[in-house]
Write a protein that binds this ligand. Structure first.
Ligand SMILES: *[C@@H]1O[C@H](CO)[C@@H](O)[C@H](O)[C@H]1NC(C)=O
Ligand SMILES: *[C@@H]1O[C@H](CO)[C@@H](O)[C@H](O)[C@H]1NC(C)=O
Length: 248
């Protein structure tokens, strides 16, 4: 699915460079998917070229914690996310740079869903990211970078990398919040305004696979980040494999 962004205004040469780099990376990792685990709440051990399923849950900040202080995996039934949260499931290829998109112009509203998201996978070896702010009535963040860190093929950690405010200057609709994140004013987002504030999540892998091969797409992404995501949407194939539904 090709995605587009009304905020796209990066200079053409940076767009081209980044698109070329991404195409090259995609052709290197053409190995077969041998991972038979599709449920994001099950455990798997991956190798390069496998698909890897993980979920992103949207809810209010408090909904990710049990007893107000302990953050649990969204797979954990002690949280009431099954009834209150919204879930997206993705299956990117390990060690390929992917841009995942969640279209927020066609019904799903991250602010109404609670405003925060957590990425997660696994059950016995459960890993989850910290909750990250997406949207409220004032601000909407649409660009994210998520690093999936593996050790010998097992997911250890998911981190949201702050992209910084360098890209905020590229669009007059963007403002810098918390000194480290560009956001749109929610009033300028569809359906209230003209901007497509759909969520884009740039993904990268780090650590080692089950054969102890090093996953290095994170290294590539950290080099690419200067070419902000805002201008890249139309050049990327995403690997969106799930839609919002009740999964638990
Ligand atoms: C979201 O969906 C609308 C309607 O189908 C489409 O026009 C828009 O380009 C999509 N945005 C993204 C980022 O995919
Ligand atoms: C919206 O989120 C921003 C950034 O997290 C925060 O500073 C602001 O107080 C929030 N506004 C409302 C109305 O919740």
């Amino acid at each position: 699915m090709a995605a587009s962004s009304a905020s796209a205004s990066a200079p053409p040469h940076s767009l081209l460079l980044a698109a070329v780099a991404l195409a090259a990376l995609a052709s290197v990792a053409a190995a077969r998917d041998e991972n038979g685990v599709y449920d994001p709440c099950s455990d798997s051990r991956i190798q390069r070229g496998d698909g890897f399923s993980f979920g992103i849950a949207f809810a209010s900040l408090g909904a990710f914690y049990s007893g107000g202080s302990v953050q649990l995996s969204p797979c954990d039934r002690r949280l009431s996310l099954a009834s209150s949260g919204q879930l997206a499931v993705f299956r990117p290829k390990v060690d390929e740079i992917s841009l995942l998109t969640i279209n927020t112009t066609t019904g799903f509203n991250p602010a109404t869903a609670g405003g925060y998201m957590v990425a997660f996978a696994g059950r016995k070896y459960a890993a989850r990211s910290a909750p990250t702010f997406v949207s409220n009535s004032s601000y909407t963040v649409s660009s994210f970078t998520l690093v999936l860190e593996f050790n010998k093929g097992r997911l250890q950690n998911l981190h949201w990398k702050k992209d910084g405010c360098g890209a905020c200057a590229k669009s007059s609709s963007l403002v810098c919040i918390g000194k480290q994140t560009c956001a749109f004013r929610t009033q300028s987002c569809k359906s209230q305004g003209p901007v497509d504030c759909s969520i884009g999540i740039q993904l990268a892998f780090s650590g080692t696979d089950k054969h102890e091969s090093v996953l290095n797409s994170w290294y590539e992404v950290s080099n690419l980040r200067q070419y902000s995501l805002y201008g890249l949407y139309s050049n990327l194939k995403d690997t969106l494999s799930g839609q919002f539904n009740k999964f638990f």
